[in-house]
Ligand binder design. Sequence first.
Ligand code: PMP
Length: 373
Amino acid sequence: SPIRHHNFCAGPAALPTAVLERARDEMLDYRGHGLSVMEMSHRSPEYVAIAEKAEADLRELLAIPANYKVLFTQGGATQQFAAVPYNLLGRGGSANFVDTGIWSRKAIAEARHLFGDVRVAASSEADGNTAVPRPEQLEFSGDAAYLHYTANETIGGLAFDYIPGSEGGGPRRPDGSEVPLVCDMSSSILSGPLDVSRFGIIYAGAQKNIGPAGLVVVIVREDLLDRARPDMPSLFGYKALAEAGSMVNTPATYSWYLAGLVFEWLKDDIGGLAAMEAINARKAAKLYAAIDASALYSNPIAPANRSRMNVPFVLADERLDKPFLAEAEQAGLLNLKGHRSVGGMRASLYNAVPEAAVDALIDFMADFENRRG
Ligand code: PMP
């Protein structure tokens, strides 16, 4: 059988081997229908059944309440940086953001470019994005139409350890009304259980914990479907997507199918999101412990905000970066190079990265330090 290396890529990321095997087995002839899922009409009963099963399984995994729509759309999470303000600013008001790093800033820049009226409710920039702002530091404006934050900064390795707001919805304005909470969960969705009822909108690009690239999942509370700007590009519209079962036009059919296989794997092979979270907690704890115990490797993030999904670290002597990466690759440990904007290393430990891969990485790091550190 083929040799699969340990893949620590930040995205497109590792997929469960069991999912790829199933896709392989179903590739040429999907369950006796005599064609590949890639070749099916998205309106055919076979495909509609695939699409509906994927949504039902995602709803079950995340216990998504009935008053939320689930959309399977395209354009990457980046398109949502524009789609969210288009969908929520139709009644005026300003977009409020928590700035915790590069991905938050991209979302801020897009909203500002399109609509101008943007407010940064809190920022972690002053302390180098090593800790997320505390809840009491969030200062959103009285006319805030929503508050946007990035649950997990994929490049910085910085994760929220709380959900802004309170039970049963987003943060409150002084008059008690709700500011809908919008969250970019691209790099942390499905890493553990989630109280969806706290959010107005959750969106996530698929290529980390959901499936292949080309698909974006949006979870939106129904009462937010009527706030769109009239000048919105029609494919951005959550309401139209919801009414059409995400089939306003041809969806990313194969990525949607693969996402469905990942949801089945999470349910049946892993045993659900609580079990997934326990595995993820163990994987990340081991790697951070190894980094903290070493004289060569370091990670600057406040312990409470360390990401379980993306673990950036630097070597004390950056002249060792190149040999580290070359030797890691030789050892079958792929994609450990940090994002080009920050350098150093980054190990992404998404759901499909098995604990054995983390163990292999830790062994390699210790060995490298003994020889070269
Ligand atoms: N938000 C976050 C947190 C991300 O990690 C990424 C991609 N790495 C994006 C947004 C952009 O996603 P896409 O490439 O799907 O547009």
